[in-house]
Design a protein around this ligand. Structure first.
Ligand code: GLN
Length: 491
């Protein structure tokens, strides 16, 4: 059998279903690959060798018994450490949850298990999903397989790097402001943020609850669509889950792969002029726009005048929600507890625990959020940001009256060197210039590789109306049919 780690999820599932390989063999190949390269990449915080092999054996037994297997049965998947996994460590990249083994599975994890996928382990991330480089992980950074001196994006850098390093064919991320799409862009992989509420947040450790959206990551658009189909859909355990079926993203990806976009209208946002973006990124984007036009798409310029306020609005809303969500990490209920020597008050123990357990970026966000929500400032900051959010939503609504989807570069710059942006938080925040509007609106967005700049991958973003996730898969698959998938230089 040729190298199983180079195959797509579709190919692996086909081989397993046809009995040409076993799920155990596939799993072992990926575990061996992790053992061979992850000391250089550090995509994983925890590898669940025993659990993965047991899950793989169960798939092989079901096949032997003649049971019908789902479309992703036997396919390995890596899960961002933001989702709870029963009995398997879940840290959110933070010291405050070190050693915590959740008593339950997130809905997404449960669905992955039911589908017969094989969870390899938990991937590295910026602490509490706050960051754009995975350098804010309390457990050390992940490195980009394209160049291990560069960042793999963030916060889900581990999930993206695991794909690019062929440690897993599929992974799960979460996207609050771009944490699925931006890592996808800088690692030459595909990352999709579903419609908010289209994937369950039950068991997703909360950062900013009105924005957090778990979603699929893969090396091909069709693989991402298949994973989306498995994890998506209504969940009665999540009050913001949308009670409607998942749009047919798999059919859309297959339609797109025919390379015909006749009748599809795509909007280029006129406010995204390229200011603040690298020329090489803009060049790759413009070339892709020409490609999409050649495939039959009609390209229209669309104005979204409030997008320029998205970044400042996000950096009030997200920290505000985080300051409230992270209050639960008090040293009493989960993980770390510091200074509980019998002589200290509850308040002192909480304070010592939070001081030791949270890193500088998380503390910065809690402080900004607490300030923005405090009496006397609420209207000026949080209330104002919410009004801006409404204006951005109106921009999207107006745009989608004219076009089927919007396109932009995913991120203004290619993977930057480790350490280049950690000293200035604002420089780090700029990575999500193009992705944040979609989160504030709640619609879906996907990043698909579109070219190279200085030998490093560039992503194109497709943004669609809420619950029209299928549209973005169609456009992304059409581009992929021309541009192809990306392979980094050998590690
Ligand atoms: N980079 C953004 C932030 O730091 C987005 C993170 C995310 O999507 N989880 O908040």
């Amino acid at each position: 059998m040729s190298d199983l780690t180079r195959l797509t999820a579709v190919e692996i599932a086909g081989l397993v279903a046809g009995g040409e390989t076993s799920a155990v063999e596939v799993t072992r190949a990926h575990l061996d690959r992790i053992a061979a390269v992850d000391d250089r990449v550090h995509a994983f915080l925890h590898v669940d060798t025993e659990g993965a092999l047991a899950a793989a054996r169960a798939v092989d037994e079901r096949r032997a018994a003649g049971e019908e297997l789902g479309p992703l049965a036997g396919v390995p998947v890596a899960v961002k450490d933001v989702l709870t996994t029963k009995g398997v460590p879940t840290t959110v990249g933070s010291k405050i949850l070190e050693g915590w083994r959740p008593p339950y599975d997130a809905t997404i994890v449960q669905r992955l298990r039911e589908a017969g996928t094989v969870m390899l382990g938990k991937t590295n991330m910026d602490e509490f999903a706050m960051g754009s480089s995975t350098e804010y992980s309390a457990y050390g950074p992940t490195r980009n397989p394209w160049d291990t001196d560069r960042i793999p994006g963030g916060s889900g850098g581990g999930s993206a790097a695991a794909l690019a390093a062929y440690e897993a064919p599929l992974s799960i991320g979460s996207d609050t402001g771009g944490s699925i799409r931006q890592p996808g862009a800088v690692t030459g992989t595909v990352g999709a943020k579903p419609t908010y509420g289209g994937t369950s947040r039950y068991g997703l450790v909360a950062f900013s609850s009105s924005l957090d959206t778990p979603g699929p990551c893969a090396r091909t658009v069709l693989d991402a669509a298949l994973l989306h189909q498995v994890i998506g859909g209504h969940d009665p355990r999540d009050s913001t889950s949308i009670p409607a079926p998942v749009p047919d993203v798999v059919a859309a990806a297959k339609l797109g792969a025919t390379g015909d976009l006749t009748g599809v209208r795509l909007g280029v946002v006129s406010e995204f002029t390229g200011e603040g973006a690298e020329p090489g990124v803009m060049a790759a984007f413009r070339e892709s726009v020409d490609t999409l036009a050649k495939l039959g798409a009609e390209i229209v310029e669309v104005s979204c005048p409030h997008f320029k306020y998205a970044l400042p609005a996000y950096y009030l809303i997200a920290p505000s929600e985080c300051s409230s969500n992270l209050a639960r990490f008090d040293g009493v209920r989960f993980g770390l507890r510091v200074g509980d020597d019998g002589n200290r008050s509850l308040e002192e123990v909480m304070s010592l625990t939070r001081e030791a357990g949270f890193g500088p970026e998380v503390k910065r966000r809690i402080m900004i959020g607490t300030y923005a929500l405090s009496s006397g400032y609420y209207d000026a900051y949080y209330g104002q940001a919410q009004k801006v959010r409404t204006l951005i939503t109106r921009d999207f609504t107006a745009a989608f009256e004219r076009v089927d989807a919007l396109i932009s570069p995913t991120t203004p710059f290619v993977a930057f060197p480790l350490g280049a942006r950690t000293s200035d938080p604002y420089q780090m925040y700029l990575a999500d210039l193009f992705t944040i509007p979609t989160n504030l609106y709640g619609g879906p967005g996907i990043s698909v590789p579109c070219g190279l700049s200085d030998g490093l991958p560039v992503g194109l973003q497709v943004m669609a109306p809420t619950m029209a996730d299928d549209r973005m898969y169609r456009v992304a698959a059409a581009l992929e049919s021309v541009v192809g998938t990306f392979t980094p230089p050998a590690l």
